[in-house]
Design a protein around this ligand. Sequence first.
Ligand code: PLP
Length: 457
Amino acid sequence: MLSNLAVRDIETLVHPYTNLATHREVGPLVLESGKGVYVYDTAGKEYIEGMAGLWCTSLGYSNQELIETATEQMKKLPFTHIFGGRSHDPAIELAEKLKEIAPVPISKVFYGASGSDANDTQVKIVWYMNNALGRPQKKKIISRLKGYHGVTVASASLTGLPNNHIDFDLPLPGIMHTSCPHHYRFAEPGESEQDFSSRLAAELEDMILREGPDTVAAFIAEPVMGAGGAILPPEGYFEKINAILAKYDILFISDEVITGFGRTGNMFGTTTYGMKADTISLAKQITSAYFPLSAVMLSEQVYDVLVDQSRKIGVFGHGNTYAGHPVGCAIAVKTLEIYQREKIVEHVRKVSPTFVKRLEKLGEHPLVGEARGVGLIGGVELVKDKQTKAPFEAKKGVGAKSVVFAQEEGLITRAMGDRVAFCPPLIITEAEIEEMFNRYERALNKTLNWAKAEGLL
Ligand code: PLP
């Protein structure tokens, strides 16, 4: 029996990333409040938010300092834009702080409102820059299959998942995808992680040579693939990719929309994996998701080209109304202050061994082919046969079923096909990590019984 709110939802909303047909029968999970790592639905049921919302509520729910900061800024100056040379203190202070903590030398910060628009900005800046440099043929951008970079037209093109392309007439021409670095699924039998990485780097180089190095402008990658299924890079991967990109003068865009601000046990995933990034996209944990805000961190080299071009043609014609929103910037400044004061990165490093140990324990479950994690992000890959790694048929929805059972057990997590992710708020304690995995273990046992009853095993 659907609640009154659920019925009203079905009558009114088109949900993003939702099976709209099934949603009409199942209805929504309507959440009402949150505290710490917990959220509560309208019936008062408690859930551990095992996904930090959508990989973003790093400081958990009901953080009073963030709420007060937002309220004060709302009262003082709820909005001003930064077009045409206007500015305000929170936008400046945030840019200074981002420059201070950036994992690679950064000259300037360009603001937006979502991870998708940050990556669209990256694409537009690459194109604009190469036009300005008089090399308009150098425009192609290489991304990776299963990479996730957003849903706007350019960022959805960068995304390497079929749902984002089929029936949307994407990807745009000039955006291409190289193989996904998922060792468990795509390595040859017996191929080591290092050999697999070498093979993928060689494949990237072949693609660049085939296309013509003077036509390839940039490569984009997430340090850890999130929506592709919580996939960690294999050993040596980014070291080998760095070398290929440097060889052909190709910009490296690091998409840190998920990994930025402590998620992998360093302030940035770029550091964890030694990525020689030229430019970085940030969003989500920049405000602990208390306000939509994104930032693109630009190198001196890119910024100088933008300034030169303004000298020649006038305004840099890009940016949206809410870029550098004062409330968002004030919250971000406070969020970064809390990360530093509360030693959030150190906390992640302290609790991460428990997180990884419990993931590894899940790896012993008959349904789990691989369990993997770093810092406080990880996942399990559910398979039909652990020995052969044979997957379940996609349509059977085994991962999704485990998420439904997890919900019954009081845990919110997320299935991407049969890969199920864990990405809790960074403030989670060891005891809460243990409880999160206890709940998922019970959900997996229910999934196993269900799969047997359905004849899937
Ligand atoms: N980049 C990465 C790595 C992401 O995970 C996401 C969203 O999950 C995006 C970009 C897009 O961000 P948004 O949903 O804020 O547009």
